[in-house]
Design a protein around this ligand. Structure first.
Ligand code: PMP
Length: 450
């Protein structure tokens, strides 16, 4: 069983150790305070007492500005599936750079990338963006325009980027600066619960507000990982079609990282629209929206506006082309997913050996150890099983033992193609050390109470 007092004292010790090892980051953060709002470029980077500034990355490793070396299990929230400084991406980008970086005019690589995405996802038409936020924003715009409806259904607690409408259902803090009229158009329902979806749609229809679309991640991330229950995705496909709504899979995190063709391939359910970003650009800011031929024709007929100076930017498209065609090959996926299975199995054995109330979830290149005995099936079960103290300790523990891990609650690991079995085995060892340190045997805890 978990020793709470020990977890607190270990966290304090590990936090002090990390502070000690990162003085240059501390100095940079002091400098940043004068020129960056809140001291960071994105709220994702914020950390107290200071964020760890990275200097460089190569393959599976990254180094911080104090020359601490880490194996990267964060991988830019899964953007770096190809590993850092991959030579094929470097060659594609530098080759493109010599021929001009940006024209705001079409270039051939965008066609090649769209052809490959169409093949992988089975969706006929594509548009490009620069981020996941832009992709989900465009998806909602298209869904509203082609259905002529304004309301949107999303999943409670799902993050789809910082586009106003989709910040609904994330908690009051996330809704700052967003007009109530915008939030009022967006209706969160629980993941994995088709009945509540059907009920909510019925309520909206009776109020004369039939929704344009349901946007969801086919496997919910940012809660660790919640897998779709058997039949859930088929259920939402059937329900949305029956109600004349479009089904949007936000695959910003799952696309390209859980299968070559993302959740569409992995779960075999075809949405009307898919959104991508992260892994697509191999570390450059590139996103995409894929849609069926019917949705694309309807959008074309209505000339639904979708602009963007940097959409299909030649550098991003060159990186995406090399990533999809040269790096993320069927063999690379096979090896990557086998390594993830090895990691999940290793963590499972640690959980069993230490009798931890925890379970693992693995999916493609991703996975997590979810603490608590309750399976995470949606946002509410995630919130119930949240262990903020333990999340903090886990993050510090791995950071101090050579693993750069995803910050924040509910974040999963993301492997890349450069990881080795040795790195994965070492991660399991570090987890086992943590498990030993933070648990007390029932016998000991019993005698302590007596
Ligand atoms: N959708 C999902 C599922 C995400 O996890 C994120 C970001 N983590 C986004 C969209 C937004 O992507 P971006 O940060 O590139 O705007």
């Amino acid at each position: 069983m978990l020793d709470r007092e020990r977890i607190r004292s270990l966290s304090d010790r590990e936090a002090a150790a990390l502070d000690e090892r990162t003085p240059t980051s501390a100095a940079m953060y002091r400098r940043a305070g004068a020129v960056l709002a809140g001291g960071v470029a994105s709220s994702f980077h914020a950390r107290e007492p200071w964020p760890v500034y990275l200097a460089r990355g190569e393959g599976q490793r990254v180094w911080d500005v104090d020359a601490n070396e880490f194996v990267d299990f964060h991988n830019g929230f899964s953007s770096m599936l190809q590993g850092h400084a991959h030579p094929a991406i470097g060659a594609a980008v530098s080759g493109r750079y010599g021929q001009g970086t940006h024209f705001a005019a079409p270039t051939e690589d965008a066609l090649t990338v769209a052809e490959e995405l169409a093949r992988r996802f089975g969706l006929a038409r594509w548009r490009f963006t620069n981020s996941g936020t832009e992709s989900t924003m465009a998806a909602v715009r298209i869904a509203r325009a082609v259905t002529g409806r304004h309301d949107v259904v999303k999943i409670l607690g799902s993050y789809h980027g910082h586009y106003d409408a989709l910040m609904a259902g994330l908690g009051a803090g996330y809704e700052q600066g967003i007009p109530p009229a915008t939030l009022d158009r967006v209706h969160p329902v629980d993941f994995n619960d088709p009945e509540s979806l059907e009920r909510r749609i019925g309520d909206l229809e009776r109020a004369g507000r039939a929704p344009a679309c349901l946007i969801l991640e086919a496997a919910m991330t940012n809660v660790g990982l919640a897998l779709p229950r058997e039949g859930y995705l088929e259920g939402v496909r059937e329900i949305t079609s029956r109600h004349g709504m479009l089904l949007v899979f936000d695959e910003v995190k799952t696309g390209l990282s859980i299968a070559a063709g993302g959740a569409v391939e992995r779960f075999g359910v075809e949405p009307d629209i898919v959104t991508l970003a992260k892994t697509l650009g191999a570390g450059l800011p590139a996103g995409a929206v894929g849609m069926s031929a019917e949705v694309a024709s309807a959008a074309e007929e209505r000339a639904v506006p979708h602009f963007g100076t940097f959409n299909g930017n030649p550098l991003g498209m060159a990186a995406a082309r090399a990533n999809l065609l040269e790096v993320l090959t069927p063999d690379a996926y096979r090896e990557l997913f086998a390594r993830n299975d090895r990691l999940v199995a290793g963590c499972d054995s640690v959980i069993a050996d230490h009798d931890l109330a925890a379970h693992t979830v693995g999916l493609g290149a991703k996975g997590c150890v979810a603490m608590g005995s309750e399976a995470v099936v949606d946002y509410r079960s995630h919130e119930r099983s949240q262990d903020v103290e333990l999340s903090r300790l886990t993050w510090l523990w791995f950071m101090n033992r050579g693993f750069y891990v995803t910050p924040g609650r509910g974040q999963e690991w993301n492997l890349n193609v450069a990881h080795t079995d040795e790195s994965v085995d070492r991660y399991v060892e570090v987890f086992a050390e943590l498990a030993s340190e933070m648990t007390v045997s029932p016998r000991l805890s019993g005698s302590a109470r007596a």
